[in-house]
Design a protein around this ligand. Structure first.
Ligand code: SAH
Length: 365
């Protein structure tokens, strides 16, 4: 295992980079903006290219600091164009990130395709939802800001997404491994960096953070206005939610819904409620009625996600007919429900599945 005593500049939010420049490098404050632009706008991976910084400062930088992104341990491309990366962090830990094309490519390697990237925020997850591969791994540690954004930089380099005026990766969803609100500081730092006008310059309207519903942090996150909120609901009553998401359900569903009623929303903004459809478990007529009661209280839309079967769980995906029946029953109750197709099923693209497959292969080897 290689660890380095150098400061990884990718882990420093702007104010911390300024402090580093003044206190460690002994340089003027404005050097921080130059460094920042090299790192976040020009994708520099070393100091040699930074020609607007003096040779002696560059040498000093190389002694004290580095620009280190995760490395790619595995890449899989699905027949539908979904690309899944298994990334190795500096301490050897593995996390997943997925690129999902918004539309099918018209020809191979069509770079005009727009993509949504799904990023991880923790190595493993402490929430132990019963249907989730990452939940089965348990929790190892939080990812740093540089590791969270490193997923984006690595993916951008991979698809040659280097022209800020014509971005390929247009939307970011924090829906990979881990629970973002349990790594709130690094997640919020990563959002501020992602949105910095002199860096990657993402609009908050192109970013969604998905949570299973954590009381501490939800309000702070909402007040920040840094991204849209998605909430993994998955069950329309407390009893079922306790079975499917035992730890998330410590925050009672009634209290979660009450907090969402009070959640600060921008103009025309709605909360996304994610609802994993598991055959025979949460797709029955009583669930439609319960969902209708919840949705009537909220400015929300419901995303139905057919369950992507995970080895070692008792759950099954609904058939297309069952899914359609459920969707239509929701529409009949005036609920804005949209089926989100599961993409990348042939490459184990659901949360934690590739990492789990990788671990299993290693254990069997
Ligand atoms: N902890 C956060 C974000 C990570 S999970 C959250 O709970 O929202 C991202 C989404 O993937 C969640 O909605 C999660 O429930 C869903 N998911 C997990 N396993 C899945 C599977 N096997 N099939 C489909 N979606 C899954």
């Amino acid at each position: 295992m290689l660890t380095s005593s150098k400061v990884n500049l990718c882990d420093l939010p702007y104010p911390a980079l300024e402090r580093f420049v003044v206190e460690e490098l002994g340089a003027k404050k404005f050097r921080a903006m130059q460094l920042w632009q090299w790192i976040w706008a020009k994708n520099a991976t070393g100091f040699d290219v930074m020609t607007d910084i003096s040779q002696s400062d560059r040498e000093k930088l190389a002694d004290l600091a580095e620009i280190r992104w995760p490395s790619i341990a595995d890449v899989r491309v699905s027949s539908d164009g979904t690309t899944k990366f298994l990334l190795e962090l500096a301490d050897g830990q593995l996390v997943e990130t997925v690129l999902i094309p918004s539309e099918a490519p018209k020809r191979p390697n069509d770079l005009s395709v727009r993509m949504t990237q799904c990023v991880s925020t923790q190595v493993g997850c402490a929430m132990a939802c019963s249907f989730c591969s990452t939940g089965k791994l348990g929790f190892s540690r939080n990812m740093t800001m540089g590791e969270i954004l490193g997923q984006i930089q690595v993916a951008r380099a991979h698809v040659h997404d280097t022209q800020p005026e014509r971005p390929i990766i247009r939307n970011i969803v924090y829906m990979g491994m881990g629970e973002p609100l349990l790594n709130l500081k690094n997640v919020m730092d990563s959002l501020r960096t992602l949105e910095h006008p002199r860096g990657l310059a993402f609009s908050p309207r192109r970013i969604t953070v998905s949570t299973c519903g954590i009381e501490a942090g939800m309000r702070e996150f909402g007040d920040s206005g840094l991204a849209f909120l998605a909430v993994s609901l998955h069950a329309p009553n407390q009893e079922l939610r306790e079975k499917l998401m035992p730890r998330a359900a410590h925050w009672h569903l009634d209290d979660l819904v009450a907090a969402l009623e009070q959640y600060p929303l921008k103009t025309r903004e709605r909360i996304t409620l994610e609802y994993l459809v598991i055959a025979g478990v949460n797709d029955q007529p009583e669930h439609v009625r319960q969902l209708a009661r919840i949705c009537a209280r909220l400015k929300a839309k419901l995303n139905l996600i057919p369950y992507n079967p995970t080895p070692g769980t008792p759950y099954q995906a609904p058939t297309p007919e069952e899914l359609l029946r459920f969707e239509k029953a929701l529409w009949a109750k005036d609920i804005t429900a949209i089926v989100r197709k599961s993409k990348g099923q042939d490459i184990e693209a659901a949360c934690g599945q590739l990492r789990a497959a990788h671990d299993a292969a290693k254990a069997g080897a």
